[in-house]
Design a protein around this ligand. Structure first.
Ligand code: NAD
Length: 423
């Protein structure tokens, strides 16, 4: 029995959407379970000459709309190897819904190795041998038309390049950049990947602002977290005329009602390692940060940040969930009653997977787009999905989180029904 089983949670979310869509039990079971989960042994000769065996996974949830897509993480969750298996199953299901919601012709996958390269002393050579052996073990089930992994927790473009190279050599020394995304630009990576998530969040906010007739010029923004997703969301919202008045990182939260210039905050954090102490700012608590009076709240750090108590005290008009799972289920009905628009994570942070898809398209064509071309294509996917989800939320009288799942599930179901079951 797995404690706080992540796959059970993922299945519960599906349950809600199936109820709204009146889906029968057999079909729901089909949509819930991954098509395939593989668990592999990764024996590696370490630098001291001894063999060490690692465990790796790949869960392929659904490919009714296209090849599986999803990250490979190197991590060691507290619950151990068994927990990790359930986690990748849940995350692969979630990738199916995420790809469907932004209308990417791909399905959901996720995988990884039970290993934390940040806390364990693993040399670069050991990490490469682990990565290449893992790539060898899953090479039969991945491929540009089968399953296309990407970076995730504690993996980078470096590991993606090693997986691409191993796969290409195993398949007769062929150049196969489309087997994986998140590659460095000279290895076939895409422009705009670095800004993708934050830019996508900013596009979502712009659409939400149109609905509630909020002028972005001068609108106040609060950012929780100050990493990749948050800084680019802040930067693009600033370009749209909004003003960041509070922000936070792992060391604390700061506020200045007159507003900050994002580039100055980035500069300060790079020099001092934290935002805390930024000239002219006042330090506040996390709760104060999240409940600051503002127009736009962007949680972009951790999961489970907005609980019922915080929800009751929220003073924003739009919440754009750049982080994964920042809002607890108990908070959703409270926020819905307060008529705050929540742009759910599955949409608000989908810019990353959108550009991963566009990287794969460019790899398959062998022709590469400019930054603006890539950003425009991503914008089209995100704004169209935003409008579809909003329309469904009105139709079913539910929040945008439920509407996003309804949209995703109905798109997968449509593809499944067109193909039918065979054999
Ligand atoms: P990151 O590591 O670049 O940044 C995380 C930031 O959160 C850091 O500034 C860190 O200081 C801050 N932080 C950590 N603990 C905090 C705390 N207790 N209070 C306030 N801030 C805290 O990570 P990221 O890539 O920006 O990812 C952030 C979130 O966005 C995660 O939930 C991630 O899953 C999600 N996300 C990111 C991407 C992406 O492409 N970057 C894509 C999809 C989802």
């Amino acid at each position: 029995m797995i404690k706080n089983d992540p796959f059970a949670n993922a299945t519960k979310q599906l349950d809600d959407a199936c109820k709204i869509l009146k889906i029968d039990k057999g079909t729901q079971d089909y949509l819930a379970m991954p098509n395939k989960i593989i668990r592999v042994k990764i024996p590696v000769k370490m630098d001291n000459g001894k063999i060490r065996v690692f465990t790796g996974f790949r869960s392929q949830h659904n490919n009714d709309r296209g090849p599986y897509k999803g990250g490979i993480r190197y991590f060691n969750p507290e619950g151990g190897v068994e927990y990790m298996e359930r986690e990748v199953m849940a995350l692969s299901a979630w990738m199916t819904w995420k790809c469907a919601v932004v209308d990417i012709p791909m399905g959901g996958g996720k995988g990884g190795i039970y290993l934390n390269p940040k806390t364990e002393k693993i040399s670069a050579g050991e990490l490469e041998r682990i990565t290449r052996r893992f790539a060898f073990m899953i090479s039969e089930i991945i491929g540009p038309q089968k399953d296309i992994p990407a970076p995730d927790v504690y993996t980078t473009g470096k590991e993606m390049t090693q997986i691409m190279d191993t796969f290409g050599k195993l398949h007769g020394v062929t150049y196969q950049p489309g087997v994986i995304t998140g590659k460095p630009i000279p290895m076939g990576g895409s422009l705009a990947r670095n800004v993708a998530t934050g830019l996508g969040t900013a596009y979502c906010v712009r659409e939400a602002a149109k609905i509630i007739k909020l002028k972005l010029k001068g609108a106040k923004v609060v950012l929780q977290g100050f990493g990749n997703a948050s800084t680019f969301a802040g930067e693009y919202l600033e370009k749209m005329g909004a003003k960041v008045i509070a922000a936070s990182d792992s060391k604390g939260s700061i506020i200045n009602p007159n507003g900050f210039k994002i580039s100055k905050l980035i500069e300060f954090k790079q020099k001092k390692g934290s935002l805390v102490g930024f000239p002219g700012s006042k330090k506040i608590s996390t709760e104060q940060l999240l409940t600051t009076k503002c127009e736009i709240l962007v949680p972009a750090a951790l999961e489970n940040q907005i609980n019922a108590k915080i929800a009751r005290n929220l003073k924003c008009k739009i919440i754009a969930e750049a982080a994964n799972g920042p809002t607890l289920p108990e908070a959703d009905p409270i926020i819905f009653k307060k008529k705050i628009i929540v742009i759910p994570d599955i949409l608000a942070n989908s810019g990353g997977v959108c550009i991963s898809y566009l990287e794969w398209v460019q790899n398959n064509m062998g022709y590469y787009w400019t930054f603006n071309e890539v950003a425009k294509k991503m914008e089209d996917h995100i704004t169209r999905s935003f409008r579809d989800i909003y329309a469904l939320s009105k139709k079913h009288k539910v929040d945008m989180r439920r509407a996003a799942m309804v949209l995703a599930v109905s798109r997968v179901l449509e593809a499944f029904n067109l193909k039918g079951l065979w054999p």
